[in-house]
Write a protein that binds this ligand. Structure first.
Ligand SMILES: [Zn+2]
Length: 283
């Protein structure tokens, strides 16, 4: 059987605002509604940041708690992934919401440049975030902004700081970090398979117009794919994406073209070795 493709929707991020695209969900209520539409369109993972009322990035655990509760109510089996990325807070505040026990959390394991600053992920903070994920039974998604980050994931795994086979996301097209380069992409895939086994699951994300390119490459090569307004605001040069769901639909169409079924949340949980949802548990 062809492996289903897991669609992750990154609904908000910490950078885009309503001035960039009015469809970017900012309040928790908007985030829940946007997630629900994306879920109905085919997303099985939601990757979430939270914002303050004025739109600036927040790491407030109380907001994450309300978001988690709303998503569980409207999208009962959806995989919830919180961001511990460094734009939303500093130091250990980046992991302040992990005690809520989401299914997954993003984990950056090394540093690199971002468009206008250094994305700092010092080893002691990475170790602490990883240990909190073990403590609360959260599967990390390793954000690979660079080849060295895949090797760092292997090192953390060998040291027992990551419990299960690392699930790596290749991030390409961030200004001043790894560009969208096909040879590098192929080498990333080869490296993940060499280090973690031929069956290792992986996913990919592209920024801006490159979202479409990375969606195509990931779907065609047996990986999983991320979309959403965090990474890209447009359907094409001239057209703003009307919603996260519209970007999910675009990715569903790519899956159809490549004859990859879109993973249900239950399939996504099995593929990633996650616990069944509370909703499934009750069924
Ligand atoms: Zn993010």
């Amino acid at each position: 059987m062809v492996q289903p493709c897991i669609i992750c929707v990154a609904i908000t991020g910490s950078v885009p605002t309503k001035a960039h695209n009015p469809a970017v969900p900012i309040s928790v209520a908007e985030q829940i509604e946007s997630t629900h539409e994306a879920y109905e369109a085919g997303a099985s993972i939601v990757h979430a940041h939270v914002r303050n009322e004025d739109g600036t990035p927040s790491s407030d655990p109380e907001k994450f708690a309300r978001l988690q509760e709303g998503i569980k109510a409207h999208c009962p089996d959806m995989v919830i992934q919180f961001s511990t990325g460094g734009r939303s807070g500093a130091g250990t505040s980046r992991g302040g919401m992990l005690s809520l026990g989401p299914d997954m959390a993003s984990l950056s394991v090394g540093s690199n440049n971002f468009p206008s600053r250094v994305y700092e992920n010092p080893p002691d903070l990475v170790d602490w975030l990883a240990s909190e994920m073990i403590r609360y039974d959260i599967k990390p998604e390793i954000e690979a902004f660079d080849l060295s980050h895949i090797f760092q994931a292997a090192k953390l795994f060998s040291e027992g700081k990551i419990k299960e086979t690392p699930y790596v996301q290749f991030v390409m097209g961030v200004k001043n970090a790894m560009p969208v380069d096909r040879d590098v992409f192929d080498f990333y895939v080869k490296t993940v398979r060499r280090l973690f086994g031929q069956e290792a699951q992986w996913c990919a994300a592209g920024i801006g117009a490159h979202q479409l390119t990375l969606n195509e490459w990931a779907v065609a090569n047996g990986g999983h794919a991320r979309t959403g307004l965090e990474d890209n605001l447009r359907l094409d040069r001239a057209t703003l994406a009307p919603s996260n769901a519209a970007l999910v639909q675009r990715l569903v169409d790519i899956c159809d073209r490549h004859e990859r079924p879109v993973a249900t949340p239950a399939q996504a949980r099995r593929l990633l070795g996650l616990r069944p949802s509370e909703a499934q548990g009750k069924a």
